[in-house]
Design a protein around this ligand. Structure first.
Ligand code: SF4
Length: 376
């Protein structure tokens, strides 16, 4: 039983046969992709406060040290991103700042906001005004919290990381897999195109890895809303010295993700953390969001590759490199989808309204300016 699924009202029925079958998958069992995609983004680290203390994470700051960007700072980052041709404002968070973060709560109150989510709304408005599409990653979210910001986001995300209880989720306030799965389910119920993923090397077993991708698949099968699954290796940093997974491990787990997920769900590896060139033939078809403007604030020791490095990865794989938006093609209204789309299925998933009216104008402008540019 996955910890917390009952408590958070997630109903999963992962079959033992599926689990068994996935454990025998190797890179030879999957096909290389027809193309590689990436998105150009700016990282907007809205707050570094987090109620959790994961042992591999350098993103969170303890109470007293945590930062909260002002809306002026958000605007400045977004403007620089828009000027550099970015399409996405990636709002990164910790997870809901708890009561220990009195300074953050007082600052929010002084600015007229009663929670980090109401503040996120205002920040998304700023991004849209600057011409960028918001993609917020605010960690675990209740359905009400997600509904409060969904109409201002092109897509949203949070990493499942793992369905296992691992020591790396340490301390008195721990991430609960059931709550993460509930967040993914909430996105499905609210028709939010969603990005999630697994974190490899934090103490999980091969069975846990297989169970994690199957849990994501099951929720996607129910709601059709998962657009990409990130396969991310944990990496050494000032808080984590537990090592990073071997190339062999990354190849096998990437192939497992590709084999488990339906064709329309992209498999992504972050090119600043994983050896992308050696993983493409395991079914990777996306290189994620990279920024010509800002650091990877979640992994500040690991610089983004230049666009020409992504081109080199695509060239080595013999496939085109195409820029995409934060929201994948198949969620767009039919009149905005590309005619010549040749990769993943572009048919709309169903007739639910995946693109909120509030972001339509910015989306159209970005489609006109960016989508379809082929590099390499
Ligand atoms: S990984 Fe996420 S949830 Fe864990 S401490 Fe870091 S910011 Fe918080």
């Amino acid at each position: 039983m996955i910890p917390g699924v009952g408590e958070y009202g997630v109903d999963l029925s992962i079959e033992a046969d599926d689990l068994e079958g996935l454990l025998s998958v190797t890179p030879a069992d999957v096909s290389p992709p027809p193309e590689l995609t990436f998105a150009r983004n700016v990282f907007v680290p809205l707050t570094t406060a987090c109620r959790y203390t994961c042992t591999y994470c350098t993103y969170f700051d303890p109470p007293g040290d945590a930062s909260l960007l002002s809306l002026e700072e958000v605007r400045e980052i977004c403007r620089r991103g828009a000027d550099a041709g970015c399409t996405e404002a990636l709002f990164t968070f910790g997870d809901d700042p708890d009561d220990r973060y009195t300074a953050i709560h007082e600052q929010l109150e002084a600015w007229g906001y009663d929670s980090i989510h109401t503040y996120l709304r205002a920040a998304c408005e700023v991004a849209l005004e600057e011409g960028l599409l918001p993609h917020a990653n605010p960690g675990d979210q209740t359905r009400e919290e997600m509904a409060a910001v969904a109409d201002l986001n092109a897509s949203m995300g949070t990493m499942l990381e793992t369905t296992a209880e691992v020591d790396a989720h340490a301390g008195p306030r721990r991430k609960v897999p059931g709550q993460r799965l509930r967040t993914i389910q909430n996105a499905g119920e609210l028709a939010v195109p969603f990005t999630t993923g697994i974190l490899v090397g934090i103490g999980e077993s091969w069975e846990d890895r297989a169970e994690s991708v199957l849990a994501i698949r099951e929720l996607h099968d129910r709601y059709d809303h998962v657009q990409e699954v990130i396969v991310q290796p944990v990496v050494d940093n000032e808080r984590w010295s537990g090592g990073t997974p071997t190339l062999e491990t990354m190849r096998r787990v990437t192939a497992m993700a590709r084999a488990a997920l339906p064709e329309e769900v992209s498999v992504q590896v972050p090119p600043n953390l994983a050896p992308a060139r050696e993983l493409v033939d395991c079914g990777v078809d996306d290189l994620g969001g990279v920024s010509p403007v800002t650091d990877d604030h979640v992994n500040p020791d690991y610089a983004w590759p230049e666009l020409r490095e992504l081109e080199a990865v695509a060239e080595a794989a013999g496939v085109p490199l195409r820029e995409r938006l934060p929201v994948y093609e198949r969620f767009l209204p039919s009149e905005l989808r590309r005619d010549d789309f040749s990769g993943r299925p572009a048919e709309a998933v169903d007739d639910r309204e995946w693109i909120p009216p509030r972001i339509r104008e910015t989306l159209e402008a970005n489609v006109r300016d960016s989508v379809g540019r082929v590099r390499g």
